[in-house]
Design a binder for this molecule. Sequence first.
Ligand SMILES: O=C(O)CCC(=O)C(=O)O
Length: 317
Amino acid sequence: MIAKELNLTAWRCVETEGIPPKKNKTSLKCFTESKIKVLIKQMPTETLTDQQIDQYRRNGFVNGGLVLDEATIDTLRTEVLRVIDDRDNPDAPQPVSLRNLSKSDDAPIWQIVNIFESSSPFRELINHQQIVNMAAQLSGAQELRVWHDQIQYKPKTLGGRLHWHQDSPLWPTLQPKHEQISAWVALDDADMDNGCMYMVPGSHQWGNQQPFLQEMPHGVAPPDTFEGKPVYTVMCPVKKGHVHFHHSLTWHGSGTNTSSRPRRAVAIHFMSENTTYDASGNHSMKPFVTVSDGEKLVGDAFPLVWTNGSKAKKEVS
Ligand SMILES: O=C(O)CCC(=O)C(=O)O
């Protein structure tokens, strides 16, 4: 295992090979959906190794490797731009939301929630057999439903920074907080220059610390220690077409895009069969919930994509 400190502005990073230390409206061509032929080819690696699963359990994140071929990546990239172009088109199916997450025109992060509702290639992606199999292996879940998906597109040169956070505390309508897992699929090579993610190994075991993270000054790394535990920051570059998984409580954020390349990626947020609805919270997916407070979160808006070792058939709920 090699670990070395990188001298980066704003982020204190540990670059790792293998397992991190224990201690510590641009237009491209616009297509109508019906003209896009999608064939998501399955890549050879169907499952994760025991070492990858151990790594996820210990660190709260792991790179799952290549899952998409070039043709599929091209189709998905084109679809991201098409959905952005079509945002005011009353005849085009729309995602749940499309906005600049950073709220700054100088440092935009285009966020599209539930692009799968507006794009059939993305609907295929949320059912991607290898991705859902891997998420099931890592989470140990008996069932996986899509809570929502999310594009984060950081345009070249300007793309903004995403502050340190944990996912599930930002999903107040879900309980308990450790029953969700995200598959983050890179549509461009994501690296230090164009705003890849950074993660803190082991932080998924430290509970809900979102208030602490929220209070941290922006643009700086977390402190060296937290409640007596060493805090390492690991840079997580991900090649296009590869998937990277993180636990719903893992501390993470992503850098700015200062490069001449865009950084497009899609996160699919899965929830296990133990996830229930908390009506006291708010979230953009709340209007689509059809169950009562405290009940298992199921429903048409939350597709069942994996159950008991096999890809799920359509769920009647
Ligand atoms: O795409 C990014 O930069 C961050 C994504 C993220 O925070 C997530 O998927 O939970």
